[in-house]
Design a protein around this ligand. Structure first.
Ligand SMILES: *Cc1c(COP(=O)(O)O)cnc(C)c1O
Length: 358
């Protein structure tokens, strides 16, 4: 298809970007999208960039029934030198393939995944907002497209697409503490399940608990393990960190937790920023005890969408526990400033995490 640039008239984009901090997360999409199809016979084929368009699918398409899907979430930033930057995109390509493998979907080569993102981002450069705190969210997704409501088996056909959305802050709170609800009545992922894959069903299953949290005035759920409802796992779309006895503690990856790229980065940079990090089990009782005794001085979530999200309140068993006076803590700010500084190309990237889109 002929690529005619600038589908949205420039003056309309200007209006849309008049206050990019107010862009609702994931609501607006750019002019173009990337697509590639898979058939059992021919493999992945026909990669192309086309104007953003709706998908027309048979109601019997497996997509609508059994959720054999996988997706990723990344952000593209514009540097002060007007370069397009991605943050550790190789990690996303690799994780996409781990999710695909878990869902019995044929893998996509990392080179192709990255190349597709780069070509689409280069074409859509004008859609990357520049204000700090804003970015162009990248959402690669694979769905099964075979139309058959038959036995549960892998689809014979898939569609891979990448869409882009200019975004402001993820939480309406901005970089202010959020409240979390821990509820023993629900769990997100069980041992042997799909918790470590970025796949649709994990999120569908979490909505009921999120609504309970939201109705009680908490922005997300603090998930406990499915077996004992005792050990802390993660938050809706974030991994979780505690500052306990001046050490950084996060639950270990044991199959039920999504292995976040932000989580990994925080763990890798902690020592350099002056705090020792530890991956270990932490129970809700230890956390509550630590908050009430003052040993837990900070809590924050990590994820691409919010980068670092300070947590100021935890609700558990009908009690609310306030952390750090419900204020943003030293370490949350330190990690946020350092990570976003690297991501926006403002700070030296001594880890080699920034990927420049050519
Ligand atoms: C995507 C996601 C995260 C965060 O992963 P990042 O790679 O840091 O964005 C954490 N938990 C869940 C459930 C997620 O879906």
């Amino acid at each position: 298809m002929e690529i005619e640039k600038d589908l949205l008239p420039p003056e309309e984009l200007k209006t849309l970007f008049s206050d990019p901090m107010k862009l609702e997360f994931g609501k607006t999409f750019t002019d173009y999208m990337f697509t590639m199809e898979y058939t059992r016979k021919e493999g992945w084929k026909d990669p192309k960039i086309e104007p953003y368009h709706p998908l027309v699918l048979d109601p019997a398409t497996m997509m609508f029934h059994y959720s054999q899907t996988a997706f990723e979430g990344q952000k593209a930033y514009k540097s002060p030198k007007d370069e397009i930057l991605l943050f550790r995109p190789q990690e996303n390509a690799r994780r996409m393939n781990r999710s695909l493998k878990r869902m019995c979907i044929p893998e996509i080569s990392e080179e192709l995944f990255l190349q597709a993102e780069c070509e689409l981002l280069t074409l859509e450069k004008r859609w990357i907002p520049t204000q700090k705190g804003t970015s162009l969210y990248v959402r690669p997704t694979v769905i099964p497209t075979e139309a058959i409501v038959g036995p549960i088996r892998p689809s014979d056909e898939y569609l891979f697409f990448i869409i882009l959305s200019p975004v402001g802050p993820f939480f309406k709170e901005g970089f202010n503490p959020v409240g979390l609800l821990a509820d023993k009545a629900y769990s997100r992922a069980a041992s042997g399940g799909t918790g470590e894959a970025k796949t649709g069903g994990n999120y569908a299953g979490s909505i009921a608990a999120s609504q309970v949290a939201s109705n009680k005035g908490y922005s997300q759920v603090l998930w406990l393990d499915a077996k004992e409802h005792r050990y802390i796992e993660e938050v809706g779309a974030m991994n979780i960190f505690f500052v306990l006895d001046d050490r950084l503690v996060t639950p270990p990856l044991m199959g039920t937790i999504l292995p976040g790229v932000t989580r990994k980065s925080v763990l890798e940079m902690a020592g350099d920023l002056g705090i020792e990090a530890e991956e270990r089990l932490i129970s809700i009782d230890e956390l509550i005890g630590g908050i009430t005794s003052g040993r837990v001085t900070e809590i924050f979530g990590t994820g691409t969408a919010a980068v670092i999200s300070p947590v100021g309140r935890i609700s558990y068993d009908e009690e609310e526990y306030v952390v750090n006076n419900n204020e943003t803590g030293y370490w949350a700010k330190k990690f946020f400033d350092t990570l976003t500084g690297i991501q926006y190309g403002e700070l030296e990237d001594k880890y080699g995490w920034v990927y420049e889109v050519e």
